[in-house]
Every structure is written in structure tokens, then in C-alpha cells.
Design a protein around this ligand. Structure first.
Ligand SMILES: NC(=O)c1ccc[n+]([C@@H]2O[C@H](COP(=O)([O-])OP(=O)(O)OC[C@H]3O[C@@H](n4cnc5c(N)ncnc54)[C@H](OP(=O)(O)O)[C@@H]3O)[C@@H](O)[C@H]2O)c1
Length: 334
């Protein structure tokens, strides 16, 4: 009997890094699509930092993944059976298809993608959700203007790498913060940022001051913690902080102390706004068109880190995100 291998949430994790007993891998019978449905053969699963939050109990922007349910994930693949007139066999699609080999979908929320424009894995990376996050988060929330200084943390990663390149396209000075000399070299030499600071090499405040002599106008924040606190002290009057992620705290075992330098929001009249990419779901075609055009024109470089260990390595692969073990958008080949 044909089967569908799935990553199942076995239990809620304890605070801290996800342990191997949190997920199990199981083979379910391969389902046939019902009326109005399609079956997608998944090629790549996106590993996202937010997954750590999706498996916790509690209030968030999406309900927690159910215990016993297939792990939620953005995935990309090819339609192999269709009883929905909007999709034909061979169409490539991307969406919340889950961490599994095959997904049944009614097609709602799926985005058709073109493998002739970019390989499938890129459609869950720079041309997919992380790209849309960078695009809307920077332009709508950060509101950068030519000549301004934009600082982005986790700068070599899926979202950060796109943010800095869009900042450059918009005529800004782009400064990255990343872990280690190799990532920083990539950010400057390959992606074209003006500078990149290795936050692990000590004295972030001094390094930031040297890289941003006119202060910071826009912070696209992916990390939080000490990095955000340091940036707060160098924000210019009426600066904007696009709060995209707080990855330094996702595996915290006790509540973080909170921003120590919140006073800067008051004295510098800063705007700090949280963003969730799903809020721009109805404008995804615009993001794809613009990101795709920049990519074609050679203005936007995109890198994936494709892991090939299979669904059995889901937990270990996911955990790479929280130690900086990934180089570019982390995806798991199915
Ligand atoms: N709001 C939204 O809608 C939305 C959507 C997508 C992503 N996000 C957020 O955007 C951020 C980046 O996500 P991504 O998918 O682009 O991941 P990514 O940057 O490709 O990978 C995560 C990176 O975060 C850095 N990191 C991990 N722990 C850290 C720590 N304790 N201190 C400093 N840096 C740390 C590591 O880079 P280094 O090696 O440089 O430290 C790691 O490689 C995350 O916070 C994520 O939750 C938000």
C-alpha cells in the first residue's frame, strides 16, 4: 500500500531547544483527493524559526499545531492528482502543505509558482514567505528613504539577506549584523551591504557606531535581546523599528529581561511596530512580481541551504536555525 511519511507533533516541548521526542515520523496511508481537492507531492519543506512558537501552547497569531497532527510548514511541490479545475497535474505550488511527503489540499491559500523562473526550493525562500516578509516588513513598516541608514540583524539569513538588498535598491546605507566572519564576508562581498558586524566578536556598540556614523534610521529586527538593546541606543529621532523576529529568545528557559533601553523609544520618538507577513496575504502577487524582477535583473541574490537527510532529520535540521548553523534559507529536501 502506498504511504505518506509525515512529521507528527508527539508532545508539547519543554522550554529550551526542541528535543528528539517532540516529533515522531510516521507512515500514513496515501490519501486520494476528494471532490475539489488536489494531491501535492512535496519536494522541499521550509524550516522556519517561527516553528518553535507554533508548537507551544498559548496565544499567538496562529493556533498551536495539534498534538498528533502533521507539523505545519510552508512546503513546495508538484500537483500529481487533481479534482479541482483550478489546478492541473504538473502545476508547481507553494503553501502551508505541512512537513510530509504528500499533502491533500482544497487549493485555498496555495500559490502557483514557476520553476522556469527559479528552482522549487527558492519558492519557499527568497521568492516565498521570507522574501515577502522582507519586502513588506521593510517597505511598509520600516519606510526607508534614500540616504537613510538601515540596520538588519540575522543579516545573512533568509529574511535579513533580502532586507539589506532591498535597502540598497532603495538608495539606503545597509548595515548587517551576523554571527562570524564568513557570514559577514558573504553579506558585504556577495550581497553588497555597506558593512556587516560580527556580533560574536565583541563590543557591538562600538562597531555599530563606526558603521553608522550618522545613526540608525531604520532597524529591521530579527533577533532581539542585547542586539536590539544596543541598536535602540543609536536610533535617530523619528526612527522606525520593524519588529520581525526575536529569535534570541525562542528557546529561552526563563523570561527575558526585556528591552533595557526602551527609554530611547520615548526620547527619540521612535516607532516600533511588530509585523506578521500573513497580514499582507492579499498582496503576495505584488511581492513575487517585484522580488522576481529584481532577481532576474541580478539585483537580488538568494541563497538556500538545502539539507538532504530526509524527514527523520526534521528536529536536528530545525535546531540549526537557533545556533546559526544554517547558511541561507534552510530547507529540507523530501
Ligand atoms: N514576522 C514574520 O512574519 C516573520 C516571517 C519570517 C521570519 N520571521 C523572523 O525573522 C527572523 C529570521 O528568520 P529567517 O527565516 O530569515 O532565519 P535565518 O536568518 O535564515 O536563520 C536564523 C538565524 O538567526 C540567527 N540567530 C539564531 N539565534 C541567534 C541568537 N541567539 N542571537 C543572534 N542571532 C541568532 C542565526 O544567524 P547568525 O549566525 O548570524 O547568528 C541564524 O542563522 C526570525 O526571528 C524569524 O522568526 C518573522
Amino acid at each position: 500500500m502506498p504511504t505518506n511519511r509525515q512529521v507528527i507533533l508527539a508532545k508539547r516541548p519543554a522550554p529550551g531547544i526542541v528535543t528528539p521526542d517532540v516529533f515522531t515520523v510516521k507512515d500514513a496511508p496515501l490519501a486520494e483527493p476528494g471532490e475539489g481537492e488536489i494531491r501535492v507531492k512535496i519536494a522541499y519543506i521550509s524550516l522556519d524559526p517561527a516553528m518553535r512558537g507554533w508548537i507551544n501552547e498559548g496565544r499567538s497569531y496562529v493556533p498551536p499545531v495539534a498534538i498528533g497532527g502533521v507539523m505545519r510548514s510552508f512546503s513546495v511541490g508538484t500537483v500529481e492528482a487533481s479534482r479541482n479545475p483550478a489546478f492541473k497535474i504538473g502545476d508547481a505550488v507553494q503553501g502551508m502543505l505541512g512537513a510530509q511527503q504528500y499533502a491533500i489540499s482544497d487549493g485555498k491559500g496555495l500559490v502557483k509558482v514557476d520553476p522556469k523562473i527559479a528552482p522549487l526550493e527558492r519558492w519557499v525562500g527568497g521568492l516565498g514567505m521570507p522574501g515577502w516578509t522582507a519586502y513588506f516588513g521593510l517597505l511598509e513598516v520600516g519606510q526607508p528613504k534614500a540616504g537613510e541608514t538601515v540596520v538588519v540583524s540575522a543579516a545573512s539569513g533568509a529574511v535579513g539577506s533580502i532586507v539589506g538588498q532591498i535597502a540598497k535598491i532603495k538608495g539606503c546605507r545597509a548595515i548587517g549584523i551576523a554571527g562570524g566572519p564568513d557570514k559577514c564576508r558573504y553579506v558585504v562581498d556577495e550581497l553588497g551591504f555597506d558593512a556587516c558586524i560580527d556580533y560574536r566578536s565583541g563590543n557591538l556598540a562600538e562597531q555599530l557606531k563606526a558603521a553608522c556614523p550618522k545613526g540608525i534610521d531604520v532597524n529591521f529586527e530579527n533577533v532581539g535581546g542585547d542586539i536590539l538593546d544596543t541598536i535602540l541606543m543609536q536610533m535617530n529621532v523619528h526612527g522606525r523599528i520593524a519588529l520581525c523576529g526575536l529569535i534570541s529568545g525562542y528557546n529561552a528557559t526563563k523570561l527575558p529581561e526585556g528591552p533595557k533601553n526602551l527609554r530611547a523609544v520615548l526620547t527619540q520618538r521612535l516607532t516600533m511596530r511588530g509585523l506578521i507577513v500573513l497580514d499582507w496575504a492579499n498582496r503576495v502577487p505584488e511581492a513575487i512580481a517585484q522580488l522576481g524582477a529584481w532577481h532576474r535583473e541580478g539585483k537580488l541574490k538568494i541563497r538556500e541551504d538545502v539539507r538532504t537527510g530526509g524527514l527523520e532529520t526534521f528536529t536536528d535540521t530545525l535546531n540549526l536555525l537557533y545556533t546559526g548553523g544554517n547558511n541561507g534559507k534552510l530547507v529540507l529536501k523530501v
